[in-house]
Design a protein. Structure first.
Length: 403
């Protein structure tokens, strides 16, 4: 039975909303880090960004939007005018992204409520409330090209105001419609922070009720350090071996979704992803022949493996994920992940609404190896013991040049 793509998407959203893959990073900066000092550029350090700078930027962007709105009102011959009434900020806090079938990450959110007053002659003013989330990411935190990225995301605006005379003369809705037609919410803005390599991130309210001392801070990794490509380090190696299509039937014994499926397989080991196009029938076993994913084990407390099967042309996606902690050796060994399919059972005398049924669809076979500093698996890569700490060879540090 062919899948109804749109309905299945919403079903899958509801079925997995509480089960998105957990974030694998970035971590919280160490409390022992010293503030960054150009004279010690080879050591990890802590960089800071005052939230008041973000607040000033939000206010300036909002004022520019208000000025543009007033210019538009004046050009239309209207006497209404807009102004910023207040901008309220809440403390910065760490949150995780909520993607259902892609790697998630931690970020710092600074929530705001912007209130704009629209002064209207003769009648009552209107007040427009706009929630704005300013999210600060340490993008690519696990790589050498990491950067702090700031993204603002306005939410839906709320409109308040009016009086009883407007209701009596039935003009309140008309005035509200006029205000809405002349107002457009601020657009999302993405701003990279220059020279902001990072490997961990967090926010702080400095333990006070005031907002002027709130901070975003991140770890700046070691800089000006030359290392060889063969540097010894503990490594997680994930190999995606094969994909098996399982027999799947609905309650009428029809095939779920099609006899032959042209699919796109998307897999992730933490943030690193691979994909492969396949055509499969029930019972087929496809060797994937994908390159192994190798991760620096020192950077992670867990391994999150995600498997997605997309069904073109509309690409509804079936997904599954597995998590293994560092304390459990990242789950080293041969693994099988079962990726489900879904079908809809019509309403009956016991269920007045359609019921979505989950059945096994695919099996993803993969292998996890936990390698020590010499590139050898610890007990064959299947034990749950962390590899021993090793000395990391390094070349001479490059000292900053003096003018």
């Amino acid at each position: 039975m062919l899948k109804t793509c749109t309905m299945l998407f919403f079903c899958l959203m509801a079925a997995t909303a509480a089960a998105q893959p957990p974030p694998s990073g970035p971590p919280i900066p160490s409390a022992a880090l010293a503030p960054c000092n150009p004279a010690q550029s080879n050591k990890p350090c802590k960089a800071e960004l005052g939230v008041f700078l973000i607040t000033n930027t939000v206010r300036n962007l909002a004022q520019a939007k208000v000025d543009a709105t007033n210019a538009q009102l004046a050009a239309q011959g209207r006497s209404s005018r807009a102004s910023i009434e207040s901008l309220k900020q809440w403390r910065p806090s760490r949150f995780a992204t909520q993607m259902l079938n892609q790697p998630n990450s931690w970020f710092v959110k600074v929530p705001y409520i912007l209130t704009i007053k629209v002064s209207i002659p003769v009648t009552s003013d209107r007040h427009i409330g706009i929630p704005i989330d300013v999210n600060v990411f340490c993008s690519g935190w696990q790589t050498d090209s990491s950067q702090v990225i700031i993204r603002s995301q306005p939410g839906p605006a709320s409109f308040e105001g009016g009086n009883i005379l407007e209701d009596v003369f039935n003009v309140g809705n008309y005035i509200d419609a006029q205000v809405r037609s002349s107002f457009s919410a601020p657009l999302p803005v993405t701003t990279p922070v220059p020279n902001s390599k990072c490997s961990a991130i967090d926010g702080s309210d400095a333990g006070t009720q005031a907002t002027d001392d709130d901070l975003i801070f991140w770890t700046v990794p070691r800089r000006n350090l030359v290392v060889t490509d063969a540097i010894a380090k503990p490594t997680i190696e994930v190999t995606f071996d094969s994909l098996t299509r399982l027999p799947a039937r609905d309650f009428h014994n029809n095939v779920v979704y099609a006899e032959s499926e042209a699919i796109n397989l998307h897999v992730y080991a933490n943030e690193d992803g691979l994909q492969k196009a396949l055509t499969m029938r029930e019972g087929d076993v496809a060797a994937l022949n994908l390159p192994a994913v190798r991760l620096d084990a020192r950077k992670y407390d867990s391994l999150v493996v995600i498997g997605n099967v997309d069904q073109p042309p509309n690409d509804p996606r079936d997904s599954a994920f597995a998590v293994a902690a560092k304390t459990a050796g990242f789950g080293a060994g041969s693994k099988i992940m079962q990726i489900p399919k879904w079908y809809s059972r019509p309403p009956d005398q016991f269920n007045p609404k359609p019921t979505w049924i989950r059945v096994p669809g695919y099996e993803l076979h993969y292998t996890v190896r936990y390698l020590n500093s010499g590139g050898l698996a610890v007990d064959g890569g299947t034990n749950t013991v962390r590899p021993p700490k090793v000395a990391v060879p390094r070349k001479t540090l490059i000292k900053p040049k003096t003018p």
